[in-house]
Ligand binder design. Structure first.
Ligand code: C2E
Ligand code: CA
Ligand code: CA
Length: 648
């Protein structure tokens, strides 16, 4: 037994020694200084104090039965030991929750308050023990005896341990292997120490185990070398992704402020290779002066993100504004002053960015359209960018999953108001966003290079419908199909279109392609040749949106298009004012003189029809007759109209 006492003395001394050395090492290193680091220092401190206390009481064991002073000192160290040791479990819990990114970053929750209550109650019990003896007392034989307070402290510790492990597992995905191993290792070593001490109750090895465990944590978790960016000393992209993922997992509310330096490469080219790095260093330094260093990340070239906790939208905007204002003044690089331009995005997490991929898109790829005009993008502008991203996703998924659908809007003859055909208008159904209209997704699809696939899909659908439903036998003269500018420019465009229609076996006269005027503006010669070729093959062509955008008279005059579609805005203006009426009237007169068919779209009222009838417009399209409808609905309209026309 004597040996065990000596061993306990050695273990306690070693624990104190290890922790005090670790505290010294930390002092020497330049750590981030965030709460997590402070908590770790506290953990070391607590174990160090406990080690000192145990060293003293182990040393006094042989004397305490004979000397009252020795007994008194033993009691004092025991008391100190209890006060500090009681704080160990809560500290460990707060530490783990910080490593996992859970607590204190959002508004205090029920769990936070509960943890405070447990902490305060156990500490009060330990502190007041000399008066109450609730935790332990010495019995008549001067034997150490545990009381009910000890059980309460144990329950509190169990609570902290379980909650800590709970946060650890719920954040598992967002922790690097290193961090997981570090914390688990600490838990495992500590538990091993506790078990050993339970078995050999006189062997005080628990503290020594904790000290060794903390050393591991210091080397593995607290050492953040792999999270640091070499150039600026801020956190790097990897750290950003990990931290943000844990905030998402733990539903922490925060704001992200992304600062991108968008000044062209002129500086680096003009003033030597090191300047690029220097620019980033300067900006990093400035950011450190306005925000805590440990919440700043350099996520890419010239791109920084600040994570801001527990601030209102307005407060965060103010911060963004002050950063933006700094860019109105020059920056000093070695010997020269330069002006830098910034683009700042302020996003609310999780209100606006709900997933890590949202955030990556927002800060990496999103190119705000008004980058030049607005230096701070926040609120609704952020939502717009996100909507764009959602639509991009929807388009690429939609093609694979068959989420596109062709709607048909019937067209009618003015004279007799008989069914003439329909315009094929594409729709995109998204599980989350609902129906998306082409005005919104066609430009996006064009940018993504996916418009060909969509237009092909529409043409195929039209051809299949004509073939399967034998539309050529009924009142339908032609189905109008919109063509995108982009598709038109492809070298094998003519062969491609012919290929699709011939493969299904549809009379080309039944297809009327709508082309927008803006197409003609770019490369007129090539286009007119392509259109002519397709017309020779049998297709019909319409000029879409006449009267909007570039009014290219030359295109109108020298190309033999079959039909001109006057845009709805021209019709609506004509109703509103004299000048509009003159434009509509003279447009119609001019096109009639050119001997081309005229279709007016956007017809919504009986009065409009009367007007267009008087002017001599050939075809009408608009909500007055029908909105664009799904294929079945359109086929019903066809059926009704064939019955009518045969009974006429
Ligand atoms: P657009 O070619 O000018 O098509 C006419 C648009 O006006 C359609 O909008 C139609 O729903 C709407 N419209 C028709 N009549 C009325 C009316 O009486 N009142 C009102 N308020 N609106 C009316 P939609 O379907 O949203 O299409 C928008 C544009 O998207 C189209 O303009 C067209 O440029 C483009 N688009 C649609 N489908 C395709 C397609 O398959 N391929 C390509 N490349 N573009 C397409
Ligand atoms: Ca059209
Ligand atoms: Ca139009």
């Amino acid at each position: 037994m004597e040996d065990l006492y000596n061993l306990s003395f050695a273990f306690a001394l070693a624990a104190a020694f290890i922790c005090l050395s670790n505290l010294f090492f930390i002092r020497v290193q330049d750590r981030m200084g965030k709460t997590q680091n402070t908590l770790f220092v506290l953990l070391l401190f607590v174990v160090a104090i406990n080690g000192v206390c145990n060293t003293i009481s182990a040393f006094l064991v042989p004397y305490k039965d004979t000397s009252d002073t020795a007994l008194f000192v033993t009691e004092v160290t025991r008391y100190l030991y209890f006060i500090f040791h009681t704080a160990l479990a809560p500290l460990f819990f707060y530490y783990v929750s910080h490593v996992c990114g859970v607590l204190f970053r959002s508004k205090a929750s029920f769990k936070t308050y509960l943890s405070y209550i447990f902490l305060v109650v156990s500490e009060l019990l330990a502190l007041t023990n000399p008066l109450t003896g609730f935790v332990y007392y010495l019995d008549d034989n001067r034997e150490f005896t545990r009381n009910w307070g000890e059980a309460v402290i144990y329950i509190a510790s169990a609570y902290f341990l379980i909650m800590g492990l709970y946060y650890l597992t719920s954040t598992w995905r967002a922790l690097t292997v290193k961090r997981r191993t570090g914390i688990l290792m600490f838990a495992a070593i500590t538990i091993a120490g506790v078990i050993l001490q339970l078995i050999f109750s006189k062997l005080k090895i628990e503290l020594f185990a904790e000290a060794i465990g903390l050393t591991g944590v210091m080397m593995i978790v607290e050492n953040e070398d792999d999270r640091l960016d070499n150039e600026t000393g801020l956190y790097n992209r990897q750290a950003f992704l990990m931290d943000l993922e844990s905030y998402f997992l733990n539903k922490v509310a925060l704001h992200a402020v992304c600062i991108r330096i968008i000044t062209p490469d002129i500086i680096s080219r003009k003033r030597g290779a090191d300047n690029r790095e220097l620019v980033e260093k300067k900006v990093a330094e400035f950011l450190e002066s306005v925000h805590e260093k440990y919440n700043i990340y350099r996520i890419g070239r010239r791109t920084f993100v600040l994570l801001v906790f527990r601030k209102t939208d307005d407060e965060v905007y103010e911060l963004a504004k002050s950063i933006s204002d700094r860019f109105d003044r020059p920056w000093k690089l070695v010997d020269a002053l330069v002006m830098l331009q910034s683009s700042i995005i302020v996003a609310d997490i999780p209100k606006q960015l709900t997933t890590l991929s949202d955030a990556i898109y927002m800060f990496d790829t999103a190119k705000p359209s008004h980058e030049e005009e607005k230096t701070i993008i926040a609120g609704d502008d952020v939502n717009k960018i996100l909507r764009g991203s959602a639509i991009e996703k929807s388009i690429s998924n939609g093609l694979a999953e068959g989420k596109f659908e062709v709607y048909y809007q019937p067209t009618f003859t003015t004279d007799g108001r008989r069914l003439h055909g329909a315009e094929a208008l594409v729709r995109l159904h998204d599980d989350e966003l609902g129906m998306i209209y082409p005005d919104e997704f066609i430009p996006v699809a064009e940018n993504m290079g996916l418009i060909d696939a969509i237009d092909d899909f529409v043409l195929l659908d039209v051809c299949n419908m004509i073939k399967e439903e034998k539309l050529y036998e009924g009142p339908v003269d032609c189905i109008n199909v919109n063509l995108s500018v982009v598709q038109f420019m492809k070298p094998d465009f003519v062969e491609h279109i012919n290929g699709i229609v011939e493969q299904i076996g549809v009379d080309k006269k039944l297809i009327n392609f709508e082309v927008t005027e803006s197409i003609y503006a770019s490369s007129y010669e090539i286009l007119s040749r392509k259109i002519e070729k397709l017309q020779v093959d049998g297709f019909l062509f319409s000029m879409d949106d006449y009267g909007t955008g570039y009014s290219n008279m030359r295109a109108l005059a020298s190309m033999d298009l079959d039909c001109i579609k006057i845009d709805k805005s021209i019709l609506w203006e004509a109703e509103k004012n004299e000048l509009g009426m003159i434009i509509l009237e003279s447009s119609v007169r001019m096109i009639r003189q050119m001997n081309k068919a005229i279709l007016v779209e956007g017809v919504e009222t009986e009065e409009q029809i009367k007007l267009l009838e008087k002017l001599g417009v050939d075809y009408l399209q608009g909500f007055y007759f029908s909105k664009p409808v799904p294929k079945d609905k359109f086929l019903e309209i066809v059926k009704k109209n064939s019955a009518q026309s045969s009974s006429d």
